[in-house]
Design a binder for this molecule. Structure first.
Ligand code: FAD
Ligand code: NAP
Length: 339
């Protein structure tokens, strides 16, 4: 099938903030051939190509003078299965949470802590998605990507991707690679990660002492649903800031001032601070300016109450950044891709 390119398409339904900006051109790719056609179409029209998954890690501040290509390829296949360890490949356009649920239904463990993260399989390596003590890299086997610089297909293994905290080669070389499909190594007997946040406690409250991976997924879905706004109801892009990594000296100084500081020492000697705690402590939780706001239950999440523009949301984020730097001497880095 040949690619259909439309002009002047609203992106409101395609970004979870629900910001109403337009794409100069718009297309959806179901397979590799259509991805190549989109690259050609962008070249002919002399605009850049912007790859989009579920639009859940984006803040659009202006109309997009590009050909926006939504990855819509679907398909999941088992590549290898020795009865315990399995290798799975999923196409970039597969919705992430549905994919996780599919793995659990097959009895494959490993991705349960990453339940209910919006977006697509293809975007999952971009920021090495993470939640409740597990990161994508923990189950990652490899991926296939198209190099936009020379049109070649390249295979990546774990080392090649340079995964780090909410970061990867693909985030750092933004605009170069189009991820076509991702491979995962899962295991029917993978150890469960229950020690992070309220996961174990939630399971115990439900009377589950020996949980399986599906129990863990359900508990995490329940915790997340209570705390995080559903983008279908209230526009947001999840955590708006990364948790800052600071020096031990700064963390100790802050701890002397704030006994309740939430801080996690890292293996490399740095200390991870909970950005949400800093923002809440500074009084921003529940703050609202027009339709741009800080979520009332989770200060790390900026929300769009309806008509906020990307500029207004970015303006609010910048006010928070300045305030946190002045109060705590900590620089907050924005997590979503701002365009
Ligand atoms: P998009 O927003 O469409 O794109 C994000 C970036 O990736 C863009 O730069 C885009 O160009 C690029 N991209 C997308 N697809 C491809 C591709 N196939 N090839 C190359 N580049 C591509 N994140 C976490 O890490 N942990 C969480 O727990 C988490 N919880 C969230 C909860 C909520 C309510 C929301 C709204 C977001 C949350 N996020 C979380 C952020 C977000 O869901 C993830 O980062 C997700 O992986 C983004 O996927 P997407 O398909 O929506 O990407
Ligand atoms: P939380 O449980 O209230 O914890 C607050 C912060 O403390 C988290 O951001 C987490 O850092 C850190 N933390 C908690 N327990 C920890 C531990 N045992 N060791 C090290 N660090 C710990 O967080 P939350 O907002 O409800 O989110 C729960 C999980 O989902 C977190 O992992 C979070 O990253 C993830 N999440 C991510 C997004 C996103 O858009 N990126 C959105 C929603 C939720 P980490 O963030 O480093 O894990």
């Amino acid at each position: 099938m040949s690619l259909v390119v439309q002009s002047g398409v609203s992106l409101q339904a395609y970004n979870t903030f629900g910001v109403d900006v337009a794409a100069r051109y718009w297309a959806e790719a179901d397979d590799d051939a259509q991805v190549r056609q989109a690259l050609e179409a962008a070249r002919e029209r002399q605009v850049p190509l912007l790859v989009l998954g579920g639009g859940s890690n984006l803040l659009l501040t202006t109309d997009v003078e590009a050909l926006v290509l939504r990855m819509a390829s679907r398909g999941i296949q088992v590549l290898a299965d020795d009865g315990e360890r399995v290798e799975i490949e999923a196409e970039a356009g597969e919705p992430w949470h549905a994919f996780v649920q599919w793995t659990l239904q097959q009895g494959f463990a490993g991705l349960e802590n990453l339940s209910l993260i919006p977006g697509t399989v293809g975007a999952s390596p971009v920021q090495n998605i993470g939640a409740y003590g597990v990161e994508l890299k923990d189950c990652f086997l490899g991926l296939t990507a198209l190099d936009r610089q020379n049109g070649e297909i390249r295979e990546f293994d774990l080392q090649d991707c340079a995964f780090a905290y909410r970061d990867s080669l693909f985030k750092r070389e933004s605009g170069r690679w189009i991820i076509l499909r991702v491979r995962f190594a899962l295991n029917r007997n993978a150890p469960l990660h229950l020690d992070y946040g309220p996961v174990r406690q939630r399971l115990l409250e439900q009377g589950i002492e020996a949980p399986n991976a599906t129990d863990v997924s359900r508990a995490i879905c329940a915790i997340r649903s209570e705390k995080l706004p559903d983008p279908a109801v209230l526009g947001n892009a999840g955590s708006f800031f990364k948790n800052p990594l600071v020096s031990t000296e700064l963390a100790q100084r802050l701890q002397q001032q704030y006994a309740d500081l939430v801080a996690y020492p890292q293996a490399d000697g740095q200390v991870k601070l909970a950005a949400g705690w800093l923002i809440e402590k500074a009084g921003w939780k529940g703050f609202r300016d027009g339709d741009a706001g800080v979520h009332r239950l989770q200060a790390l999440v900026l929300v769009n109450y309806g008509q906020a523009t990307g500029q207004q949301l970015l303006g609010l984020a910048q006010r928070i950044q300045v305030d946190i730097a002045e109060r705590f001497g900590v620089r907050l880095e924005i997590e979503p891709n701002v365009l």
